[in-house]
Unconditional design. Structure first.
Length: 468
């Protein structure tokens, strides 16, 4: 009997790990496919259709967490224009309820594997086997735990089991979905995003430097809109910084500044990029030249050490903020405790409007135009970026520079091809190599003139321009 339980234990845990690995690999494959579309990706489906969040037509429930992310990515890659996903058994049930309609999965079509979490409670015997608690024992355990009485012998684990779903676009004869409203126009989308971020209580200031979230002041700092090549780029960047703002201790509490490492900062960057990529896809923002998908793929290779749980966690947290965005979009009060209640929204929007006006930014209602008084500055050179990286001790800046600049990332990978070291130990080495390369290029230029500004002052000025 004990041998049977031991086999069951191993099988359950092994199956859980295997399906997680397969699930994350599917996300990685979709990211790789999207990475080939840098600067070119646009929503492939008919923008006249209102495509919402993935949901099951048999139950009416939306898919959540990392499952939502996987389905959204699959829709982006496959070009599905339907947000309905269901299992084969659910399709059979719908077919049985509608005998006059023939519904069949198209030949050769493959489904998408999702994960179903299951909490198990058990005690461990002397021989290492598990003794599972019954439902009644679990109920009593939870009651005692709520009173502060915890049984140290009871252990809890979350195991994952796979199930497969198909998109309605893959099913011949499946009833057409009635689309309640057309997709937002570009002007409506921009106004929606302004309302959403203002109503979230996250303050936004505009200035001449790069985009960032200032944790100390709890404020998003954005370049003036005219500093961006396209309005779409402005909002993609704004969504990225908004996600960082949700990690503040007054909200989701993802950021612990005292114990943060460069790897931790990079993890937060990856989550934010995944959120802005998926939110942008839903709102018809083009994938930027910097290519979010490639950025996330490189992060996984460089920082996660192949840990499926890290990618799964990142996808789950990105999905949580996507749900908040969707709840606001359909007129609901977002569920998180930190999101202000509906009665506070008018005041928050007025406060942000006044802040924008004081800084010379005017989002004119009704036409989506943006007016500023600032001329677009020249972008920083590669030399300036290298100097900023070499000169700063800011781990967040170092992580972002490494991940967002392919030259920096490639240099880091050359320095540590196994990607198993904590990248903080690479920063100084990468900076020295990059600086020597730039110095050699400058020396090699014919008739090169010595820069009259002292090197330390050059570095300081560069760091100030690149401050995150």
């Amino acid at each position: 009997m004990s041998q049977t339980l031991q086999t069951e234990k191993k099988t359950s845990v092994q199956v859980s790990h295997e399906v997680q690995e397969e699930f994350v690999n599917a996300i990685a494959r979709n990211m790789l496919a999207l990475a080939e579309t840098a600067g070119k990706w646009k929503r492939p489906w008919n923008t006249q259709k209102q495509v919402g969040m993935p949901f099951c037509p048999a139950t009416g429930r939306e898919y959540g967490g990392a499952n939502m992310v996987n389905l959204l990515l699959t829709s982006m890659v496959k070009g599905y224009d339907d947000d309905r996903w269901l299992t084969f058994k659910q399709l059979q049930k719908i077919q049985a309820d509608n005998p006059g309609v023939s519904m069949k999965i198209q030949k050769g079509e493959k489904g998408v594997k999702l994960l179903r979490p299951e909490e198990v409670y058990f005690t461990e015997r002397e021989d290492g086997t598990w003794k599972y608690l019954t439902q009644e024992q679990i109920r009593k355990y939870k009651e005692e735990k709520a009173k502060g009485h915890i049984d140290p012998d009871v252990q809890q684990k979350t195991l994952f089991y796979p199930f497969t779903v198909f998109n309605a676009s893959q099913i011949d004869g499946f009833p057409e979905k009635e689309y309640a409203a057309p997709s937002l126009s570009e002007v409506e989308r921009n106004e929606f995003l302004e309302r959403f971020i203002a109503c979230s209580g996250v303050a936004v200031d505009h200035y001449k430097d790069g985009p960032c979230f200032r944790h100390d002041t709890n404020v998003i700092k954005m370049p003036y809109p005219e500093q961006f090549r396209e309005t779409d780029d402005y909002y993609a960047s704004k969504l990225h910084e908004f996600f960082h703002a949700t990690g503040h201790e007054s909200r989701e509490k993802r950021q612990n500044k005292k114990s943060q490492t460069i790897k931790g900062y990079a993890f937060e960057e990856m989550r934010a990029e995944m959120f802005s990529l998926l939110a942008g896809a839903r709102l018809d923002l083009p994938m930027p030249e910097s290519n979010s998908a490639a950025y996330i793929k490189f992060w996984n290779q460089t920082f996660s050490d192949g840990d499926a749980r890290a990618v799964f966690q990142a996808a789950s947290e990105a999905a949580k903020m996507l749900s908040v965005l969707h709840q606001f979009e359909v007129g609901e009060e977002p569920r998180p405790q930190w999101f202000p209640r509906r009665t506070e929204w008018p005041e928050l929007m007025e406060m942000q409007k006044q802040r924008d006006a004081a800084q010379g930014v005017n989002f004119r209602e009704g036409n989506g135009e943006i007016s500023t008084h600032v001329e677009r500055p020249a972008p920083p050179s590669f030399t300036e970026s290298v100097e900023a990286f070499r000169d700063t001790d800011n781990l967040a800046l170092k992580a972002r520079l490494i991940l967002q600049n392919s030259d920096f990332l490639n240099m880091a990978l050359k320095e540590d091809p196994e990607a198993i070291m904590e990248l903080a130990t690479l920063c100084d080495r990468v900076a020295q190599v990059l600086y020597m390369e730039v110095d050699a290029k400058l020396q090699a230029k014919p008739n090169a003139l010595e820069n009259p500004v002292p090197l330390i002052e050059q570095q300081a000025a560069s760091a100030q321009r690149m401050r995150m």
